[in-house]
Structure formats: C-alpha cells, structure tokens
Ligand binder design. Structure first.
Ligand code: ZN
Length: 162
C-alpha cells in the first residue's frame, strides 16, 4: 500500500498587500513598425480605380476565354487541350470546380489574383510599399504596373541576380 502524503495546505486568507506603486499606468508602447508613410487616401483611391478597371477587363477576358474553351450547349470543354474536357455527369459541382481551377490556372486568372491582392493591400493601407526594401514604389511604376510589389531598384536587382 502506498502511503499517501496528506499535505494539507494552509489556506491563508491573508490579503497580499497591494503594492503602493500604482500599476494603473498602462504601458503606452505603441508598436513601432517601420514608420513608412504609405500613399495618401487620395492616391490609394486613384490606384484602386486603375485596378478595378483592369479587373473589369480581365473578367471580360476570362468570360471570353471560358466561352472559347467551353461548349456551352454540352458544358464540355473543347479545343486542343483535351485534358480539360470533362464529361457532364450529374456532378455540376465538380464541373464548376474544374472551371474555376482552369480559370485560375490561366494567365488571366493569375493576373486577376494579383489584382485582388493589390486591392487587399489598398484596404490594409499597405499598397505601394516595396516588399523588399519597404520604400514606396514610384507612382509612375504603379500606374504602369498596378500589381507591382517591388520598387524598381529591387525588381532590377532581383532579375539581375537570377
Ligand atoms: Zn525596394
């Protein structure tokens, strides 16, 4: 038989004295992220409209693309790329999945995702900041390539080092 140690703990009801040093003062240490000022709301709106415009165009392209690869009467993909041809069983859901997969595998679909990302960055006020050096990307560059995530210098460096 194992002896059980009966360690009765003294339950002290004595209140621990409150330290006189008030801790009511909360530490106001604001998280100091690199204090890079992003673009102004006005600029962001400007880029947003560019991106939305491009998004509209790309959506139209995708719609055209989808029509061109899909026989709308049978719901089967047509064209050279037979690997995408599917049989229309009663699995409408699966067909939809494939359609989406195809869409996003396409060049247009990828670009659409970049645009969505860029829109997200605008919402987060992170848009236009180079992901490598943290500097603001040139406006002209962003106007030409609204999905750019690197400044010109970093982009050049990167392509050189490859
Ligand atoms: Zn950079």
């Amino acid at each position: 038989m194992a002896k059980r140690a009966t360690n009765k703990q003294k339950t002290q009801t004595k209140k621990t004295p409150v330290k006189s040093a008030d801790r009511s003062k909360k530490k106001t240490a604001a998280p100091k992220k690199a204090s890079i000022k992003g673009f102004s709301r006005k600029d962001l709106d400007h880029f947003k409209s560019i991106i939305l415009e491009q998004k509209k165009e790309i959506m139209e392209e995708i719609a055209t693309l989808r029509e061109s690869i899909m026989d709308t009467s049978t719901g089967e993909y047509t064209g050279e790329n037979s690997s995408y041809s599917i049989h229309m069983a009663d699995q409408g859901g699966e067909q939809m999945d494939r359609e989406i997969t195809f869409m996003f595998a396409s060049r247009e679909g990828k670009y659409l995702r970049y645009l969505e990302d860029a829109l997200q960055r605008i919402e987060n006020n992170e848009y236009g900041v180079c992901r490598d050096c943290g500097k603001l990307i040139d406006k002209e560059r962003l106007e030409a390539v609204p999905v750019a995530q690197q400044c010109f210098d970093c982009k050049t460096k990167q392509s050189k080092s490859k």
